[in-house]
Ligand binder design. Structure first.
Ligand code: ZN
Length: 453
């Protein structure tokens, strides 16, 4: 089955009603394919007693059950369309990328040729919205990981879609015997030598690259943008990246935070610190739901983000709970005028709230406070037991810090006070070497929050 109209003429210039009508048509096709050949949904919908053919609009989706992330992690094969009668490009496997969860093995997401084309289409929109141009030279600073990570694999696709050039720095924790991983200094040197304009990676690694460039006097004058994704970042961290770019005499200090995931692909900001545009409403629909009842919540209300694929052939997800609490806005974007849905932060990962000494703390808020302390080269929050041998001993909140500042005692006091202020828990502050907390040669990204209990 091919669709001559897989893309909407006029794209995000079309008002929401036109976009939604297009989505409704795609949704009917997608659900019909799932009803024929999606092992998980065929079983799940029949158990729930729902008829997918009765779903005619995105508004009807509430009749279908939500898909918990756990279901996909447990049986990823059952989320692949099994339809041997589809044309070749809709059924052959182009690439497999993996979601990196918090535990256990990463989960594969299957992409056919059709899905790869869709991602090229989505990436072109991302480039257009966030101002990535054919003249750009992108430095792919994502780590070379044990399982192919979407951000790494898709960085080339993003460059192709924008017509831009790209090279890779290949950092990451060493594995395998071919010796292909490269050290931090290679990234610094390659960015200067290739006159890179966009640094594309996880914020903690980009920050180390920038600090090393400042230290070594590398020429980063052509850099004009950091496109960050892959780990939570705070306004303070993004501001620190801009400070480093200013110090390096970079062409510009734009920091775009790319919200996305392997299942979602990337969303794009049309301006810094703004909400995230869904760049391709033709291929995915988003709603904010009450995860307990499955009901869709009104725009503007915060709840769990659920994605529904509208035109995929490999792994297909319907009302899939991404695991983030956000809200959605629609209508013309007050900044750029584009229509379609936009995800509004702050993005709160639902699994993230942690109890320490009986207090429910929000690690993101704590990390944000620590990120704003300029004298800290590195830091890490460790929740453990006051006596590691005794599982019943009191919780302990430890903040490990690395600094080159002179006045260490004053800094330790500041860290303790600010931690207490935001978490209501008094921490133990411990000094460590920067490399002990985060070694960019051995770790793909900094672990800012560790719970050892
Ligand atoms: Zn906008």
């Amino acid at each position: 089955m091919t669709h001559p109209s897989a893309t909407l003429a006029g794209g995000l210039k079309q008002p929401d009603a036109v976009i939604e009508a297009f989505q409704n048509a795609r949704l009917q096709d997608m659900l019909a394919l799932c009803a024929r050949g999606h092992p998980y949904y065929r079983e799940r919908w029949s158990q729930a007693g729902v008829d997918p053919h009765a779903i005619r609009t995105v508004g009807d989706l509430s009749q279908l059950p939500l898909t918990p992330k756990q279901a996909m992690m447990e049986a990823p094969e059952r989320f692949r369309l099994q339809l041997p009668d589809l044309p070749l490009h809709e059924r052959v496997l182009w690439e497999v990328i993996y979601t990196t969860g918090t535990s256990a093995d990463p989960t594969p997401v299957y992409n056919t040729t059709h899905d790869y084309h869709a991602y090229l289409f989505q990436s072109a929109r991302v480039a257009e919205i966030s101002g990535i141009r054919a003249s750009d030279v992108i430095a792919n600073l994502f780590p070379l990981t044990a399982a192919p990570m979407g951000a790494f694999v898709r960085s080339a696709t993003n460059a192709y879609a924008a017509g831009a050039s790209i090279f890779a720095a290949l950092p990451g924790a060493v594995h395998g015997g071919f010796g292909v991983h490269r050290p931090l200094d290679y990234a610094v040197q390659a960015i200067a030598a290739n006159r890179a304009t966009i640094l594309w990676g996880v914020p903690s690694f980009i920050r180390r690259v920038l600090l090393r460039a400042i230290e070594s006097g590398a020429d980063f004058s052509r850099v004009r943008m950091c496109a960050i994704t892959g780990e939570a970042s705070s306004p303070a961290l993004r501001e620190d990246l801009r400070r480093c770019l200013r110090e390096l005499g970079a062409q510009s200090t734009i920091v775009f935070d790319r919200y996305g995931s392997t299942e979602l692909g990337a969303f794009a900001q049309c301006h810094e610190e703004g909400p995230w545009h869904n760049p391709a409403p033709e291929i995915q629909f988003h709603e904010v739901v009450d995860p307990d009842t499955g009901q869709r919540l009104p725009d503007g209300e915060r709840g769990a983000l659920a994605v529904t694929h509208l035109n995929r052939r490999g792994t297909v997800l319907i009302r899939f709970l991404v695991g983030d609490i956000v809200s959605i806005e629609r209508g013309a974007c007050p900044h750029c005028g584009r229509f379609g849905d936009r995800v509004v932060g702050p993005v709160v990962r639902t699994r993230d709230l942690v109890k320490v000494k009986g207090m429910l703390i929000n690690p993101a808020a704590l990390l944000e406070v620590l990120q704003s302390i300029a004298e800290l080269d590195e830091f890490q929050v460790v929740v453990g037991r006051s006596d590691p041998q005794d599982p019943l001993s009191m919780d302990e909140l430890q903040v490990r810090i690395a600094t080159r500042a002179e006045n260490r005692e004053a800094l330790a006091t500041t860290v303790a006070e600010r931690t207490h202020h935001v978490s209501r828990v008094r921490p133990r502050v411990v000094f460590a070497a920067a490399q002990e907390i985060y070694d960019p040669g051995a770790q793909t990204k900094a672990k800012r929050f560790v719970d050892t209990r």
